[in-house]
Design a protein around this ligand. Structure first.
Ligand SMILES: [Zn+2]
Length: 508
């Protein structure tokens, strides 16, 4: 690398409308206006950082003042005296003001007073006010006065990342353009082209990662690329970008999510250790799991609205997500999402992110596997659940003679509604093979029919069910599991950590 290295964002700054990245609508509107001579006295460009607001402002200034034609042109030549001076930020009639450092009314008033004089070398005096929302109220008022009666030779171009902080009185006098976040595909194409120009190696997956991290900003993407080139000496591959972004590989993230959903807490915690040791930033990792949860929701068989082609995952990873989805309900995904959203501020504020993250995992594990109250209610509860044949056939009948076997059998047969009701309401007073004495706290008249029908199908024989009229003073399965869970020191500390924590669901 040579010593006078110019940052890519500056080196490859768009110089005319044809090379402006990802702003097709703006380009079309603006060039048409220039061609037809409809030039406004004030423009406001808004959009997130790095989408090309000041680049567009400079191109517009060139279009207005280019010497290659008799009047404003949509295709400034880029080589005449005016074009070159504007590109270098040195044109006497194109005044760039950073509102962040000129917020005072005196500054602005001086600048505006000078606008009364005719341009020296150009057709128009162009005032480019960057981050205009930073101006003080008095400064805005001074600007407003000029905007109300602008001299014929003056054009204002205001740029801002925060349009809501610009007074409506100002906005109403401007033609407004919203610069869009640049799509990942467009960024990738641009970065790949730059890599060719710079003769550096940029792998497709590394490019993809940079383009996604740029989040719509050309400039942010190019600074990442700058950094990656500096760190790798020009061989930018996926691993280099992962290291730079302190991110875990997407494949690892998918595997991690799968482990969380599998219910194996030990394995999930061990995996978190490994990812952490490999240098990933845990807040980023949480963000990645949230992104995955979002895509898993969109690709879920119940919705299938995920635009698979637009997801950040490879075909192989998508296949894994779809497999994962088939074991998970939308409701579970939604609740996992809620827990993660709630944990994000905690993660960002936590002194020890690793502790915080471990506790989050424990919490996620315990909500990952059961239907929620809403799901049970939505499906009508036990009472109105139509009796449907279970997939278990006579040839695969099994024996049940203990409480543990009873619960496990219901789960295995995917009798989720029956199982949930049983867990929450039923006291098993006595159980032997073929006979159960129970007390139903919920007093559901359908329960014995559902249970005996299922038991018969599952075990291949008729069961004798005795409904006790009074409680036999034993715990329901939910109460038992909850008690065990709360006795678990890890869960106890998780509950201390999450202020609103309460063991609401239990798995197994
Ligand atoms: Zn020119």
């Amino acid at each position: 690398m040579d010593n006078d290295y110019t940052v890519l964002a500056r080196k490859y700054r768009s110089q005319d409308f044809t090379t402006l990245i990802g702003q097709d609508v703006l380009v079309k509107t603006l060039t048409t206006a220039i061609k037809t001579g409809r030039i406004a006295h004030a423009y406001v460009f808004t959009g997130i950082r790095g989408t090309g607001k000041t680049s567009t402002a400079r191109i517009l200034a060139k279009a207005l003042n280019c010497l290659s034609s008799d009047g404003p042109t949509a295709t400034p030549c880029g080589v005449c005296e005016n074009c070159r001076a504007i590109a270098a930020g040195q044109h006497i009639d194109v005044i760039e003001i950073d509102a962040a450092s000129h917020t005072g009314v005196d500054n602005i008033r001086d600048i505006l007073d000078a606008s009364q004089y005719r341009p020296t070398n150009g057709r128009y005096k162009v005032y480019i006010i960057d981050e205009v929302h930073m101006l003080s109220t008095a400064a805005f008022n001074a600007l407003l006065k000029t905007l109300e009666e602008p001299p014929a030779h003056v054009i204002f171009i205001l740029a801002t990342t925060e349009i809501r902080k610009v007074p409506v009185t100002i906005l109403s006098r401007c033609q407004r353009f919203d610069l869009a976040r640049v799509p990942v595909e467009v960024l990738k194409k641009h970065f790949a082209w730059i890599a060719t120009q710079e003769k550096i190696e940029l792998s497709d997956s590394a490019n993809e990662m940079i383009a996604r991290a740029a989040d719509g900003s050309v400039r942010d993407g190019l600074s990442l690329l700058d950094q990656a080139i500096a760190q790798t000496g020009g061989h930018v591959d996926e691993q280099a970008v992962l290291d730079m972004l302190k991110r875990a590989d997407r494949g690892v993230v998918v595997g991690f999510m799968k482990t969380i959903l599998s219910g194996d807490t030990g394995a999930a915690l061990a995996m978190a250790d490994q990812i952490y040791t490999n240098g990933a930033d845990l807040t980023m990792l949480l963000g990645d799991i949230m992104e995955l949860t979002h895509w898993a929701t969109r690709m879920h068989p119940a919705l299938s609205i995920g635009d698979a082609g637009n997801s950040p995952y490879t075909a192989e990873q998508r296949e894994k997500i779809i497999q994962m989805d088939s074991h998970v309900t939308l409701n579970t995904l939604s609740r996992l999402w809620q827990v993660m959203v709630a944990s994000m501020p905690e993660m960002q504020a936590a002194g020890n992110q690793k502790q915080c993250f471990d506790m989050l995992i424990v919490r996620m594990m315990h909500i990952a596997d059961l239907p929620s109250v809403q799901e049970i209610l939505k499906s009508g509860g036990v009472a109105s659940q139509p009796a449907k044949p279970t997939p278990i056939t006579q040839s695969t009948t099994k024996k049940i003679s203990t409480i543990d076997e009873l619960g496990a059998a219901m789960q295995a047969a995917k009798e989720i509604i029956l199982y949930a009701y049983y867990m929450a309401n039923i006291e098993i007073c006595e159980i032997t093979d073929g006979k159960i004495t129970y007390f139903d706290r919920g007093g559901n008249a359908d329960f014995p029919h559902k249970l005996s029908a299922w038991l018969e199908k599952y075990t291949g024989k008729t069961w004798k069910l005795n409904a006790a009229t009074e409680s036999c003073h034993v715990k329901t399965q939910t109460e038992k599991t909850q008690q065990e869970l709360e006795a678990d020191p890890l869960v106890a500390s998780a509950m201390n950590l999450f202020t609103d924590a309460e063991v609401v669901d239990v798995s197994k």
